[in-house]
Design a protein around this ligand. Structure first.
Ligand code: DQA
Length: 143
């Protein structure tokens, strides 16, 4: 099984950005957690982070025919990007949305998720463990 883990803008600033909301674990910690989870399930995982919407769209398009699942935290693009939603719909790959924070109890502009309209599951407010849960879900359902 091959999964693509995509992270949007400012996720690379984990550990520095708003620790009261996102915690003190770093982006490097997140990458290690995902690598460890890949080893645990004996699957291949490619990770990609970008601060640019079009790069994320390109990566989703390039996943067509190559990956069995996508874990995506579109970050701020969650709440704005019809382009990312359309890219997910275009490739038709099973996807799970992750948010480190519990967006449900935050500002009203975070209550809409475009990517979430496509994703079959959303995990929020679980910290970095949300990524492990998302990978576990895709492995259990599709491997
Ligand atoms: C986030 C929540 C978004 O609202 C925010 O813009 C982010 C991170 C999260 O993981 O909790 O950058 O996706």
């Amino acid at each position: 099984m091959k999964l693509l883990v995509l992270n949007g803008p400012n996720i690379n600033m984990l550990g520095i950005r708003e620790p009261g909301i996102y915690g003190t674990q770093t982006f490097a910690d997140l990458l290690s957690l995902i690598e460890d989870t890949a080893k645990e399930y004996c699957i291949h995982i490619e990770q990609y982070q970008s601060n640019h919407e079009g790069d994320l769209v390109d990566k989703i398009q390039a996943a067509y025919g190559k990956f069995n699942g996508i874990v995506i935290n579109p970050a701020a693009y969650t709440h704005t990007s019809v382009a990312i939603l359309d890219a997910l719909k275009a490739v038709g790959i099973p996807a799970v949305e992750v948010h480190i924070s519990n967006v449900d109890v935050r500002e009203s502009f975070r209550q809409i998720s475009y990517a979430g309209l496509y994703c079959e599951k959303t995990i929020k407010g679980q910290g970095l463990d949300g990524y492990r849960q998302a990978i576990a879900y895709l492995v259990e359902k599709y491997a």
